[in-house]
Design a protein around this ligand. Sequence first.
Ligand code: NAD
Length: 404
Amino acid sequence: MHEYKSLIEQGKLEFLWAKYNMPIINKIVKKYQNKKVLEGFSLGICLHITKETAVLANGLKHLGAKIFLCSANPLSTQEHIVSLLNEKEIRVYGKRGETLDDFYNNMNVVLDKKPNIIIDDGGEFHKRAIQKKYKTLGGTEETTSGINRLKSWAKKKLITYPIIAVNQSNTKYLFDNRYGTGQSSLDGILRTTGILLAGKRVIVCGYGWVGKGIASVLKGLGAKVFVTEINPIHALEAFMDGFEVKPLMETTLFGDLYITCTGQVRVIRQEHMEKMKNGVILCNAGHFDVEIDTNYLNKEDFHPITIRKNLKCYNINRKKIYLLSEGRVINLVGADGNPPEIMALSFANQLLSIIYLSKHYKDLENRIYNVPKEIENQTSQLALQSYGIRIDCITPEQKRYFFS
Ligand SMILES: NC(=O)c1ccc[n+]([C@@H]2O[C@H](COP(=O)([O-])OP(=O)(O)OC[C@H]3O[C@@H](n4cnc5c(N)ncnc54)[C@H](O)[C@@H]3O)[C@@H](O)[C@H]2O)c1
C-alpha cells in the first residue's frame, strides 16, 4: 500500500536526508552560528529550489540572515521543498512550471526586497540587478554560463558590485560540474526515458567539465560515446580519454542520443535534426535551454505528443525526434539535480563566500573575484574529514627542496 504524505512531510523528510548527506554545511554553520555572523544581512537567492538549496538556505538563516528565494529555472522548482521552506519562514517566490513572465517577475520581486547580497545561478538575476542599477554590497555566481556572462559585462565595465565567482573554485567545478552533473544528467535521462544505455551511440556535445563527467558515466554504463567540440585542446583530450571525436553533422548518421553541455547557443540546429535518424533522443545538460534549437521543433506543426512527463515526440517528415525536458537542464527537470554530497562542496563555497563578502565588502572593488584560496582549502579539508580521509603533510626537508 502507498503511504500518503503531505507536501510538507515529504519536504521535511527529503530536507533531513539532504542535510544528513551534507555534513560540511552543518560543520560550517555550527562554527559561525553563535556569532550570528550574517545578522543584519538580507540575501536575495536565485538557485534551483531543491532539498540541497533548502539546506543552504536553512544554514544561512541560522547564521542570522534574512532570505528571499526565487528559482534559477521555471521547471526545476520542487514543490515539497517550497512548502518546507515556507514553513521555516524562508519565503520562496516561484513554483514549478511557472510561466516565463512569472519566472522573471519573481526575480524582480526578490530584488524589490532590497537584499544586501545577491546569489545567482546563471547570471539572469545579476543582469536584472545591474540593469536596475541596484545598490548591493556584493554577490556570488554559481555556474559556468553565469561566469561567461559576467566576464563579458566586466569587459564593458558594467559590473556594479563585487561578485565572487563560486564556479571557478576547484572545489566547485572539478566535482559539481564533472561528477555531480555527470551522474545526475544520466539519472534524468534514465528516469525520463527508462532506455538501456549499453550499446547506444551517444553524442556528447562539449567536452568541458560537464561533458567529461557525462562521457565518463556513459562509458561506465556501456554506451559508445562520441564527442563534438570546437576547442582543439578539449577535442584532443576527449580523444586521448578514449572517445571518438567528430563534427556534429557526421554523427547524425548514427547517433541514438545527444546530450548538449556547451553553454553555447543553437548547437543542435535544423540542419542537424533534418539529417538525424528516426527515433533520435535529444537532451541538454547546459544551464540554458538554448543549446537545442527548440524554436525549430516548436515552430512548425510537427504534431508533438507528450509520451510521459518530460518526454515529447515530434513527427517530422515521418521521422520521430524525441526531446527531453523541453531542452532544459535534464538533471534538474528530469531528476532531482546534483547529489547532496556534491552540492555540499558547491554550497560550502557559497556559504563561506557569503560570509567573506559580509566581512570584506568595504575593501572590494566592483569586479569579479575568485573564491579566496583559504575558502577552497577549508572546503576541501572539511570534505576529506567528512569522508574520514587523512593525507600526508609536507616534511621540512620537502618544503626546503620545494622553495630552494
Ligand atoms: N546541469 C547542471 O547541473 C550544471 C552544472 C554545472 C554546469 N552546468 C552548465 O553546463 C554548461 C557547461 O559547463 P562546463 O562547466 O562544462 O563548461 P566548460 O566551459 O568547461 O565546457 C564547455 C565546453 O563546450 C565546448 N563547446 C562550446 N561550443 C561548442 C559547440 N558549438 N560544439 C561543441 N562544443 C562546444 C567548449 O569548447 C568547452 O570545451 C554551462 O552552461 C554550465 O553553466 C550545468
